[in-house]
Ligand binder design. Sequence first.
Ligand SMILES: Nc1ncnc2c1ncn2[C@@H]1O[C@H](COP(=O)(O)OP(=O)(O)OP(=O)(O)O)[C@@H](O)[C@H]1O
Length: 246
Amino acid sequence: MSQLLLEHVSLTASVGSHPLLQDVSFEVKAGDRVAIVGPSGAGKTSLLRLLNRLGDPTQGQIFFEGREIRQIPPTQLRQQIVMVPQESKLLGMTVRQALEYPLTLKRISRSMIQQQVAIWTERLHLPEDWLGRTELQLSVGQRQWVAIARALIMQPKILLLDEPTSALDAGRSRYLINLLTDLAENHRITIVMVNHQLDVAEQFCDRVLQLEEGKLVQDKILRQTDWLEIKQQLIDAETHAAEGWE
Ligand SMILES: Nc1ncnc2c1ncn2[C@@H]1O[C@H](COP(=O)(O)OP(=O)(O)OP(=O)(O)O)[C@@H](O)[C@H]1O
């Protein structure tokens, strides 16, 4: 059985406006490492948001483990499908509180929460002195790293990452890719990643979904050599999209 299944999903922001997503169908199996690529405005973030129920399709259906996701309470769904948005906010919490908060929703004991925070703080090399800081006391890249830690601490079945390395330095990007590889290979976590940095997707993903103007134009299991072809298609699509903006 597929873990995620999208059937003819379309999304329109308002009546009569151009659809943000049009008739998108695909399935994802547990442990897949999927890259979503496409020019700016192609609908990548809109698609990720639907998978996390931050919006509902105007048409079509999305299933998680066989259940239509509108039938699953959002808090229950978001413990299993966790999203790291492009710009994360700590909503006035300290880093420690932000790491603890999603675990409190899991109704586990206080000592277990503290143990998990300690494990993931160490695993992601979060410096001790970050834990008392709020987002105003963190750089954009540090905030992104905390958002990734907060998602991983949930041990989700599916991790949705929107440009996860956009603000990370080269060392942290590499570390993240190695960590995600371990989680996918040894814990069968499914990863769906939007990334403009194709080299990151290339190192990690084994499947690519290519969006253009809200349509899925390619769904491909990857071999190494495919990336050359995909890169050229993306350059062509981005040039075409940029011409449309002029
Ligand atoms: N709430 C909204 N209302 C109206 N239009 C929207 C809304 N959210 C996004 N859009 C539009 O939908 C289209 C797709 O946006 P989306 O953020 O999904 O694209 P993207 O592929 O993630 O782009 P980028 O690579 O720049 O992040 C864009 O044209 C955007 O302007």
